[in-house]
Design a protein around this ligand. Structure first.
Ligand SMILES: *Cc1c(COP(=O)(O)O)cnc(C)c1O
Length: 430
């Protein structure tokens, strides 16, 4: 459920007209609904409440949407954070996520990032290799601080999602292969300042079938039992994120959080562990839209092209993953057309939809790409020297620009002209 709906023929975010917002901030822009973000977090948290020992930790995967206002909205509701870089750690802390609710994942953490996590006093590191254990041991020893960690296991299951968002199959770069994960845990226990306390896994994103997750959880449970049998305490198990969201209104939705939670309850029965979850997309996916204007409609040899002012640099998912976003007019006409919706970027891959049945639109009309709250703005680039677009958050009748449009001068600010080019009368160098 989300809070984007038509009122008097115009698409609104909560109580704010997206047409009115577009007049104020210009297009393209991302718009997030605070109520939808809160609702999704609360639905998920309520579904998993009571599972495992103690309060489960719901650690929002920051990479899905790192906007400070998005993270702060979640922090106020008690969310933790799953971070995958020093930059995300800094954002989570700046947004008010308590360090004791932060877990640090990632396959290539650097010593300075491990140090920043230790200095902040985060809950745990999810360690992804034997080499990282050695690096973490060194950093912890230098600081003389005990550090809690979980071994991120590669459980060798096929999550049945797009290859580019599959992370738990055997040949994936993520995690320690399950047959070596127990030994890695034991090795970590041998380091003076390391405290291995648990296991973690995250097998992929936009999962619509719960069976591979259940399979993965079963494998974590078997490994935990083995470690306990050898005298080690395993007190936390992090089952990752990955639950899918409905991108297409015309297709059956992925499993509800309650159904997911029933599966987790079944798969973890009797475990005697604190459970941790890392949902990203499920919290913010349907809480955001990308609003764009139609620049022009162009008749190709065989196709009708709707050319929008948003491009692949603003919303990469369709060109990166062949992802589907529903496309609607902010002020729909009764007629429909079949059109290929493209951006202005000079790449054929800058295509949002092929031969799609959409509301009839003309130059100047505004449209929205739905379900753009996750992996949207955060994957944007300035390719074609296009400015990063603003992000707006709506909260009831209130709205605020929560990330500004960067203007051409800001884009050029990090460039400089090499000294030999700066002299008007300098000799030619080539
Ligand atoms: C990306 C990621 C997540 C979140 O995945 P979603 O599909 O957005 O829920 C969780 N954990 C880790 C380690 C990740 O890399």
């Amino acid at each position: 459920m989300d809070h984007f709906a038509y009122r008097d023929g115009v698409l609104h975010a909560e109580d704010v007209s997206l047409e009115a917002l577009a007049d104020r901030v210009g297009t393209p822009f991302y718009c997030y609904s605070a109520a939808t973000i809160a609702r999704h977090f609360e639905v998920f948290s309520a579904a998993v409440a009571g599972l495992g020992n103690g309060d489960p930790l719901v650690a929002f995967a920051i990479k899905a949407n790192p906007n400070l206002s998005v993270v702060a909205t979640l922090a106020r509701l008690g969310a933790g954070a799953d971070v995958v870089s020093g930059g995300e750690l800094a954002r989570a802390l700046a947004a008010g996520v308590p360090a004791g609710r932060i877990v640090f994942s990632g396959v290539g953490k650097q010593a300075h990032e491990l140090a920043a996590g230790i200095d902040a006093g985060i809950l745990q590191f999810n360690v992804e290799s034997e080499a990282e254990i050695a690096m973490l041991a060194e950093v912890a020893a230098a600081k003389r601080k005990p550090v809690e960690l979980a071994i991120r296991v590669n459980p060798a299951v096929n999550p049945g999602t797009h290859a580019k968002i599959s992370t738990g199959n055997k040949d994936s770069k993520f995690g320690v292969p399950i047959e070596r994960a127990g030994a890695a845990f034991v090795a970590a226990a041998g380091h003076e300042w390391l405290r291995p306390i648990g296991l973690a896994a995250h097998i992929g994103s936009q999962l619509t079938d719960l069976a591979p997750i259940e399979d993965c959880i079963g494998r974590l449970g078997a490994l935990a039992a083995e470690l306990r049998g050898a005298g080690h305490a395993v007190t936390r198990i992090d089952v990752g994120g990955g639950l899918g969201v409905p991108y297409r209104r015309d297709q059956p939705p992925p499993p509800e959080p309650t159904v997911y939670a029933e599966m987790v309850a079944r798969a973890t029965r009797g475990w005697d562990c604190r459970l941790m979850f890392e949902p990203g997309r499920m919290i913010v996916g349907n809480a955001g839209v990308l609003v764009s204007s139609v620049i022009l409609v162009k008749q190709g040899a065989a196709k009708t092209f709707v050319v929008t002012d948003a491009g692949m640099n603003d919303l990469l998912r369709p060109s990166l993953y062949n992802a589907w976003h529903d496309i609607v007019a902010l002020r729909p006409a009764a007629d429909r057309i079949t059109a290929t919706v493209v951006g202005p970027v000079c790449e054929s891959g800058d295509t949002f939809a092929e031969d799609r049945d959409i509301h009839a639109v003309a130059a100047g009309d505004r449209i929205a790409f739905l379900t753009a709250g996750a992996y949207g703005a955060t994957m944007a680039s300035t390719y074609n020297s296009r400015p990063l677009v603003p992000e707006v958050m709506v909260n009831g009748v209130d709205w605020a620009v929560v990330s500004a449009r960067n203007e051409p001068a800001a884009m050029q600010a990090l460039d400089s002209v090499a000294p030999w080019l700066a002299q008007p009368d300098s000799p030619r160098t080539v």
